[in-house]
Each structure stands twice: as structure tokens, then as C-alpha cells.
Design a protein around this ligand. Structure first.
Ligand code: 1QQ
Length: 393
């Protein structure tokens, strides 16, 4: 009898293994190392290093943000590794702003490196694909700039400390209306990228709520470089401002061509406009641009001045919002690990979803169990080539 039960169990187990329903104890379902420690919070001691992976766009179109993210996250883990008890091993990958490379980087971190959590990727457009794999493997993923609608809905293991574009626009559009006395605008958007398409939808809803008329509504593709036909329509509609949902690759020629055609209306932008790289390339055309975001160099959030100083010292340049959000991600993961003194995937997932009013350089930040972030947006304007908080009229 005993033998029969044992052999029946063995057959079931073998079948499950063959059909891939379960993995062996040395399979892909676990982070590497002895990651359950002793003590809690600041006293937590974990024996083995906690491996954290990061996938950012370090080259090609989204490198304007990815390079800052890499540095921000690196700085956070350098600081965290000076604290006692938990050591982090950070493994950073470049997704080259490409779906295939992003999927390969996730696969490497999940299956081969056996990381406990992944930070990134840079673009929502890539996250919609790669997060399916993280979810399936049960690896918590924390997006630091994935702002499109629907990202946290991908699954239980998917989080973001990326201010959703919805919250940013809900603040920036009414603020721009007051500052610029907006009555009618032209909306232009990249209909190919998932983030810019999602932001466009939100822009239309938010403009309607703010009772601002849309007098021109034009679209283009991510890699387009010629916008004169759309801009001719925009010009004849005489808008008070351009509301633009685009990544830098299209934004730069589009704005330059608009100015050449004599359209000098100010711009209200989406999340990509929080980049000093983009603002610098737009030169004078960026003056007066208004954008909602997650961070400002000018706000006195806890540790912000120290963060800016340390970043400048390490990288010889000012940080931006993307660096600040990635820096914050390091501290959120550390908080999640230390809560139960457990660096395993499920413990990080459970505890990330319970972070409440945590002090960060972005201000007080909460993550809920659906994976969504809660924080105050800041509306900024470009003055003398620099983003600075917009004062109310
Ligand atoms: C997204 C974004 C981009 C602008 C990040 C660089 O917000 O893809 O969601």
C-alpha cells in the first residue's frame, strides 16, 4: 500500500515535471542564496547577497532616460551597501530600446542570474511585453518610468514608482490653463508607442475636463522626422498651446519645424519632457514649456539636497527626474527586504505592496498591493533652459 502511494506520487510528480507545471527545487522559481535573515528593519541580517537586476535603455532612442536611471540606481545601492546587515548585488542590463533585447535581458536576470527583483525597463512600450515574463516567473518588477495606463494591471508582481501620466496631466493641464490662459490647443501625438498613445487618450480626457477646446488633432509614428503637413494644419487652427505626446526622437524635429513655420505657441508636454537632455536639444524652443512630473531639484524633500550633491560628485552632472526615481527604487526594495528580513521574491512582492508614506527624494510615497504608486505630482516650467516649479498666478 505504502509503495503504491509512493509510486503514484512519483508518477504525478514526474508528469508535472514533464509538463512543466512545477519546477525542481533547483529550478527557476527561486532567487539565489540563503536570503531569509534574522532581526528586522535596521537590525536585519541576511547571510547571502540579495541580487537585484535592472533593465534600462542605455543605448538608442530611450538612452536619454536610461543612462540617468542606471546611475541613480547604482548610487542608491552604493549607499545601501554601506548600511549593516544586507548586501545587494546589482546586475544592470541594456535593452537597447528594443523589445527582443529587453525580453532577453529579463530572461537572463530571471533564469540565469536568479535575481530577487528587477528594476525597469525604461519604456512602457517594452514593459507591456517583458512584464508578462516577470509575472509568470513570480519575480517582482518595479518600473521607475513606466507611466502608461494599465502597467500595474499586468499582474501581482508588477509595481511602479513611476508617476502615472494620468496624475501628471491632471496637475499640469489645469496649471497650464491658469498660467497661459489656455482656451484652445492643438494636440499632436505618436500613435505607435504605447506610452505616447496612452498619454494622448489621457490628454484628451483631461483637456475636456478642463474645458479647453481641441482645435487640431494630429498624429505621427515614433521614427517620423517630417511633420510639416501636420504642422500646417496646426498653424491654421491658431492654438494657444501645443499639447505634445512624443518621445525625444520625434519631438526635436517636430518642435524645430513648428518654430520654423512660425508657430510660437508654448508647449505642454508628457513625461519625456522631464529630461534635461531633451530640453537642451530643443534650445530656445523649450522656453515656457510646461510639464508635470515626479521630482524637482528645487523641492525640499527628505534627502534631496544630499542626493543631488552625491550624484553630481559621482557622475559630474546634475541628476534628473529619471535618476531620482531610479534612486528611490533602491530604497523601496531595501524597505521591502528589511520588513520581514527576507530577500526572496515573494517576500519582496508582499512587502513592496505595503509601503506607506515612505520618505523619499520624490516626497512621501506609497505603493499599494495592486502595484500602483501614490505621490504628489509637481508641475514645472522651463525657464532659462531649466525646469523650475511653476508658480500659481
Ligand atoms: C513611458 C515613459 C517614457 C517617457 C519614459 C522614458 O513615461 O514609457 O511610460
Amino acid at each position: 500500500m505504502r509503495i503504491r502511494i509512493a509510486s503514484a506520487t512519483a508518477i504525478v510528480a514526474a508528469t508535472l515535471l514533464l509538463t512543466g507545471c512545477v519546477e525542481s527545487s533547483t529550478g527557476n522559481d527561486k532567487a539565489e542564496g540563503n536570503l531569509v535573515g534574522k532581526g528586522e528593519g535596521a537590525k536585519c541580517q541576511i547571510e547571502d547577497p540579495v541580487k537585484v537586476g535592472a533593465v534600462f535603455s542605455l543605448t538608442e532612442a530611450a538612452a536619454f532616460a536610461g543612462t540617468y536611471q542606471k546611475e541613480g540606481l547604482e548610487l542608491a545601492f552604493k549607499e545601501l551597501n554601506k548600511k549593516d546587515g544586507v548586501e545587494y548585488e546589482l546586475i544592470q542590463e541594456d535593452d537597447k530600446t528594443d523589445v527582443k533585447a529587453s525580453l532577453a535581458a529579463f530572461e537572463k536576470l530571471i533564469d540565469r542570474e536568479k535575481v530577487s527583483a528587477i528594476v525597469g525597463p525604461t519604456l512602457s512600450n517594452l514593459a507591456f511585453k517583458t512584464y508578462q515574463d516577470a509575472e509568470q516567473a513570480g519575480v517582482p518588477a518595479l518600473g521607475v518610468s513606466t507611466t502608461a495606463e494599465g502597467i500595474p494591471d499586468i499582474g501581482d508582481y508588477i509595481f511602479r514608482n513611476s508617476l502615472p501620466e494620468q496624475y501628471a496631466l491632471a496637475a499640469s493641464i489645469p496649471a497650464a490653463k491658469d498660467a497661459l490662459d489656455l482656451k484652445k490647443v492643438a494636440v499632436l501625438h505618436d500613435e505607435q508607442d504605447e506610452f505616447t498613445a496612452s498619454a494622448y487618450k489621457t490628454m484628451k480626457e483631461t483637456l475636456k475636463e478642463a474645458e479647453i477646446d481641441i482645435v487640431a488633432d494630429e498624429q505621427f509614428q515614433t521614427t517620423d522626422t517630417e511633420f510639416r503637413s501636420q504642422l500646417t494644419n496646426v498653424k491654421s487652427a491658431k492654438p494657444d498651446a501645443l499639447v505634445l505626446s512624443a518621445l525625444p526622437g520625434a519631438t526635436i524635429p517636430l518642435v524645430k519645424q513648428a518654430r520654423e513655420l512660425g508657430i510660437d505657441a508654448p508647449i505642454v508636454g508628457g513625461n519625456a519632457f522631464n529630461s534635461p537632455v531633451l530640453i537642451k536639444q530643443l534650445e530656445d524652443a523649450a522656453e515656457g514649456l510646461i510639464v508635470g512630473g515626479a521630482w524637482s531639484a528645487k523641492t525640499e524633500t527628505p534627502g534631496n539636497a544630499e542626493f543631488i550633491k552625491a550624484y553630481k560628485k559621482a557622475y559630474d552632472k546634475d541628476p534628473d527626474q529619471f535618476a531620482a526615481q531610479a534612486y528611490t527604487a533602491g530604497f523601496l526594495i531595501d524597505e521591502a527586504v528589511r520588513t520581514d528580513c527576507d530577500g526572496n521574491r515573494d517576500a519582496i512582492k508582499d512587502n513592496l505592496g505595503q509601503i506607506l508614506k515612505f520618505d523619499t527624494v520624490l516626497g512621501k510615497l506609497s505603493l499599494d498591493e495592486t502595484g500602483e504608486v501614490h505621490q504628489e505630482p509637481v508641475v514645472q516650467i522651463v525657464e532659462d533652459g531649466k525646469l523650475t516649479p511653476l508658480k500659481k498666478k
